[in-house]
Design a protein around this ligand. Structure first.
Ligand SMILES: NC(=O)C1=CN([C@@H]2O[C@H](COP(=O)(O)OP(=O)(O)OC[C@H]3O[C@@H](n4cnc5c(N)ncnc54)[C@H](OP(=O)(O)O)[C@@H]3O)[C@@H](O)[C@H]2O)C=CC1
Ligand SMILES: O=C(O)[C@@H]1CCC=N1
Length: 272
């Protein structure tokens, strides 16, 4: 199989989960390179994944067919402006940064094929979910390459409008944190009900895992699965009524609106 050469700019959490996913899929380590400013981090990634990790971004992208931009949004402009002269002709840019539009990347990097993605941290366990948007310069073959890259770490869904990346960020990009927050709150409540901390934590985490698995594999939707837990006038009904009296659905809506709004605001602030 002909694997494209892929260079990762920034080798933090998200990049290393993608690298791990590709290697687990059988991509030879010599098709991947990464760049990373810290020597210790470079050595650790090279040791764990067997790939070349360089200090210099321009050297890392030499000969690459795909360049994955995986630095924080705050440093993206500076990184792109410095990288632009070193990009190989015909390269596909894959950006995973929150809040950085394709138009900004094109301004900083020149006219390139760009796929903008929003993955999430369960990618670390190959259980991620990513929304992808391709600009008009991206060929069908390049779309397939970007899909294969993100598909190595979980579910991939294409978006027809770039603006919808803000909604994907609100639902699945930031989403793992909402479930962790619920686990934290359930653990604390379990402790207040008298459970030992570790017992409450294990029960909350295993219940989240079991519910997520059921929601994914069951023939029934989450609303029906919820109804099946909720006996008339029973304990679940008491809890759900308390959630709804506290405005649970409206609160979730407000939270996701805030995340999507922040994603759009970051584009305004960091995309100039
Ligand atoms: N975390 C998440 O849940 C998600 C994150 N994202 C996006 O993914 C991107 C990366 O996030 P994440 O992996 O969490 O962040 P990390 O901080 O873990 O990774 C960023 C990496 O880039 C390195 N870096 C900094 N400056 C440069 C530079 N000039 N050249 C090359 N590398 C550099 C950093 O090194 P050092 O640490 O030494 O500064 C770090 O290793 C972000 O843009 C974020 O918006 C998208 C979806 C979900
Ligand atoms: O919080 C953030 O901005 C990033 C993007 C999605 C998840 N983490």
């Amino acid at each position: 199989m002909n694997h494209p050469r892929i260079a990762f700019i920034g080798a933090g959490n998200m990049a290393t989960s993608l690298i791990g996913g590709l290697i687990a899929r059988g991509v030879p380590a010599d098709r991947l390179t990464a760049s990373e400013p810290q020597a210790e981090q470079r050595q650790r990634i090279a040791r764990e994944h067997g790939i070349a990790v360089l200090e210099d971004n321009a050297i890392a992208v030499a000969g690459a067919e795909i360049v994955v931009l995986a630095v924080k949004p705050q440093v993206m402009k500076e990184v792109c402006l410095a990288l632009a002269p070193a990009l190989p002709a015909g390269v596909l840019i894959v950006s995973i940064a929150a809040g950085i539009p394709c138009a900004s990347l094109e301004r900083w990097l020149g006219e390139q094929a760009i796929v903008r993605c929003m993955p999430n941290t369960p990618a670390l366990l190959h259980e991620g979910a990513s929304g992808l948007y391709a600009n008009a310069r991206t060929s069908t073959a390049q779309r397939e390459q970007a899909e294969a890259l993100l598909d190595a770490v979980g579910l991939v869904l294409w978006l027809e409008e770039e603006q919808l990346i803000d909604a994907v960020t609100a639902v699945s990009g930031s989403g793992p944190a909402y479930f962790f927050l619920l686990m934290e709150a359930m653990t604390a409540a379990g402790e207040r009900l008298g459970l030992p901390a570790e017992t409450a934590s294990l029960l909350a985490r295993q219940t989240a895992f079991g519910a997520a698995r059921m929601a994914l594999v069951s023939d029934f939707d989450p609303a029906e699965l919820r109804r099946r837990v909720t006996s008339p006038n029973g304990t679940t009904e008491a809890a759900i009524k308390a959630f709804q009296a506290g405005g649970f659905e409206a609160l979730v809506d407000q939270a996701l609106q805030a995340a999507a709004h922040r994603s759009a605001e970051m584009a305004e602030q960091l995309g100039q």
